[in-house]
Write a new protein. Structure first.
Length: 733
């Protein structure tokens, strides 16, 4: 009984022995044709017949049940032996099929559409990779000691029976032929000066193909720095996504089992693009080859040259592809465009699912004619989903904690799953740093960790304000103070109203919180913004208008888009001071400047509608604001100049407890006589403190009057006797 091949290596060795027989036959033929004696005077410069005879004598080819061939076997006998051995291999292959065996060599043939002749080319070129003696044999057969690798001419002579067959077989070395198309072999000139003909080119088997045939699992060295093979275990039922997206993914799995699928997963960092792709692959029962395109462009190899090896590796691994950072390929940079074209070209013929991961919207638009293209947006999860993610991540990263309300955190921070995971890890590290022996996570640790998720863009285009004030510090009329409390309640109960009570389904736009603070300078607008941030535990960023506004057309809009995107990701409060400079009224179009200014305002209106975070606009001149912005405000507070009673309350609270105050200080007079804002009062109190230090005593009425004079001078206001009354002598002259 012939039996079957036990393994891929078993079949490979058998096929290699067949090729060795062909080489041996070629050797005997050449030796017989030469017939002349050889001298060893040029030993080392050529391979002698004596050396070859020694090597042939050591090639112990053993046929089943027969002794090894004698050294000088006639060509006819060897030809017959080769024929019998080929029949033997064919029988064992049939037997192997009956046993359901799979072999790497046959896989290679199937995966890349190789012919039997293609396989023989690979085997001929593989011999010197596995046995260095064949370098000398090939050099001898090619009559050149430098030709240790097979040339195209040598392979054709070895494998073809006639010159006509050789001419026909040249097409196996064309660029579009499978061997070169999939980079299974490469054709090189190997130090030959000047251009060479096809026949003179040397053939080298790609190292990854050699390793594959030898059952080595390592990823191709060309792409290993930015590629990893993942064996997914998560199922779709295990991941937390909205019901609608899960329904779509389940439909995807059932309808596209033919693998003709290209799925574009898009969304911000951490929304679960990779996890979703892994879950789909798990349902389909295939591994996933993860490729980091951002890392790919950092290696020395040009990106477009790495692309074919990525897709070839996916084919060899029978894996779905996950191209992370696909946005990079959409760049207009000259260096990137060839890589993008290469990827699109490879996608058309790839036999397994492909996942393109990025943040930008992209459509194939006819470039993938024979593929099913699906675009799935994974947005920042809703409050209900965020609650599930927080509790799941918290339970999978157990840590002792106190006073932590995960539902409250889920409400205030519109984080993706990845950001939630990062925040919990960061909170644990903060706890370890703060208290190495205890390491209990506090509410402050978790909130600090959440704040750290804000990206760098807010730090480059905005100034972070550290809130210093609380409710006791601000003096406002009753109605305005009540509105500030209502603003805080709006944020605290946002998720209850929009999520639990279903208002989110009723509204498509305007789901954020837009607040307008209007009033003269110094009336408490910035202080109120700080109090809101302090009460809610959110970060407050004062937008730097000089960093946003650009003289170049379209740049202002781009900057605003980045600001709103980052603000929404980090859930920071965006505070636009002097907002009328940016949110001013649209004007009649008289020239191109008016038209572009109006476009900027229209763009701002659009972003305000789309934004789901908190925006506070502060202006000294409400009448300069475009009415369309006023209509989009959820709250509009007027900050009036304080009356006498409020001014007195401000004066009473402006001094820290440590400040030495004169017992007879006349704050009633100061509050009654000077009709100024809280900002002016703060400046006067500070100025009086420095005057008191200089005098070496405590703050008295005289210090306050003199400091008021300086403040009036800054304001361009005259110091009149009516206002300063009995203290007028201190400021006169």
């Amino acid at each position: 009984m012939i039996g079957h091949f036990q393994s891929s290596i078993d079949l490979l060795l058998a096929e290699l022995k067949r090729i060795k027989l062909k080489v041996q036959l070629r050797l005997l033929s050449i030796r017989e044709d030469n017939g002349q004696s050889e001298e060893d005077d040029f030993k080392g410069l050529y391979v002698s017949g004596k050396q070859i005879d020694t090597i042939i004598g050591n090639l112990h080819f053993q046929q089943e049940g027969k002794p090894s061939w004698p050294e000088n076997s006639p060509i006819g006998t060897l030809t017959e032996s080769l024929k019998q051995y080929e029949e033997n291999i064919a029988e064992k292959r049939k037997e192997s099929l009956l046993h359901g065996q799979t072999y790497r060599l046959k896989n290679l043939e199937r995966l890349f559409g190789l012919s039997t002749f293609d396989l023989d080319i690979l085997l001929v070129c593989l011999l010197p990779e596995l046995d260095l003696d064949y370098q000398r044999i090939y050099a001898y057969l090619q009559d050149d000691i430098t030709k240790k690798s097979p040339t195209v001419n040598f392979v054709l002579q070895l494998l073809c029976n006639s010159y006509t067959d050789m001419l026909k077989a040249r097409q196996n070395f064309f660029p579009e032929a499978p061997l070169l198309k999939y980079h299974l072999i490469s054709l090189r000139d190997d130090h030959i000066p000047g251009p060479t003909t096809l026949l003179a080119k040397f053939i080298h088997v790609d190292e990854r193909i050699t390793n594959y045939l030898l059952e080595t699992e390592a990823i191709d060295a060309h792409i290993s720095p930015f590629t990893v093979l993942v064996y997914p275990t998560l199922k779709l039922q295990d991941i937390i996504l909205s019901k609608e997206i899960k329904r779509l993914l389940n439909k995807l799995v059932t309808q596209y089992e033919d693998n003709s699928l290209i799925c574009h997963l898009r969304g911000p960092y951490g929304v679960g693009k990779q996890t979703t792709a892994e879950a789909v692959c798990s349902e389909l029962g295939v591994p996933m080859l993860y490729v980091d395109l951002n890392e790919m462009v950092l290696v020395d190899t040009p990106p477009e040259l790495s692309v074919p090896f990525i897709f070839r590796e996916g084919i060899l691994q029978n894996a779905a592809l996950y191209l992370d950072g696909f946005d990079l390929l959409l760049s207009d940079e000259k260096e990137i465009k060839p890589a993008c074209k290469a990827v699109i070209k490879e996608l058309e013929n790839y036999p397994h699912p492909v996942f393109l991961s990025g943040e930008k919207n992209w459509q194939a638009r006819g470039r993938l004619e024979y593929k099913s293209f699906i675009d799935i947006e994974l947005p920042i999860p809703s409050y209900l989903v965020r609650k599930q993610l927080w509790h799941k991540q918290w339970s999978s990263n157990p840590a002792p904690a106190v006073d932590v309300d995960l539902n409250d955190v889920a409400n205030k921070f519109r984080f993706s799953g990845g950001q939630i995971r990062d925040a919990i890890i960061t909170a644990r590290n903060l706890a370890k740093w703060r208290d190495p022996g205890n390491e209990v996570i506090t509410k402050q640790d978790l909130y600090s960790a959440c704040h750290l998720q804000a990206r760098e863009i807010l730090n480059t285009m905005a100034h972070k304000i550290q809130p210093k004030y609380d409710w006791a510090d601000i003096v406002l009329p009753k109605d305005q103070k009540e509105q500030l409390h209502e603003i805080c309640s709006y944020v605290k109960y946002y998720s209850t109203v929009y999520g639990d009570w279903g208002f989110e389904r009723k509204l498509s736009l305007g789901k954020g919180l837009n607040v307008l603070f209007a009033g003269p300078s110094g009336t408490g607008k910035t202080m109120a913004a700080e109090i809101i941030a302090h009460e809610l535990g959110l970060e407050l960023y004062k937008i730097d208008l000089s960093a946003i506004v650009s003289k170049y057309i379209g740049e202002t809009e781009k900057n605003l888009d980045r600001i709103f995107q980052e603000g929404q990701t980090s859930n920071a409060i965006l505070f636009f001071d002097e907002a009328d400079a940016l949110f001013g009224k649209r004007s009649e179009v008289r020239d191109s400047h008016d038209r572009y200014a109006n476009i900027e305002i229209a763009y701002l209106l659009q972003k305000m509608d789309e934004y789901k975070g908190i925006v506070i606009l502060a202006t000294n001149l409400r009448k300069n604001m475009d009415e369309a912005f006023s209509r989009r405000m959820h709250f509009a507070l007027e900050f009036p100049i304080p009356d006498e009673a409020d001014r007195y309350r401000i004066w009473k609270s402006i001094f820290p407890p440590e400040v030495p105050l004169a017992k007879n200080i006349d704050l009633e007079f100061i509050a009654r006589q000077f009709k100024i804002t809280g900002g002016n009062i703060k400046n006067i109190a500070l100025g009086a403190a420095f005057l008191a230090v200089e005098d070496g005593g405590c703050i008295n009425t005289e210090n306050l009057v003199r400091a008021t004079k300086r403040e009036f001078q800054k304001m361009g206001k005259l110091c009149t006797e009516d206002e300063f009354a009995r203290y007028f002598q201190l400021v006169k002259g």
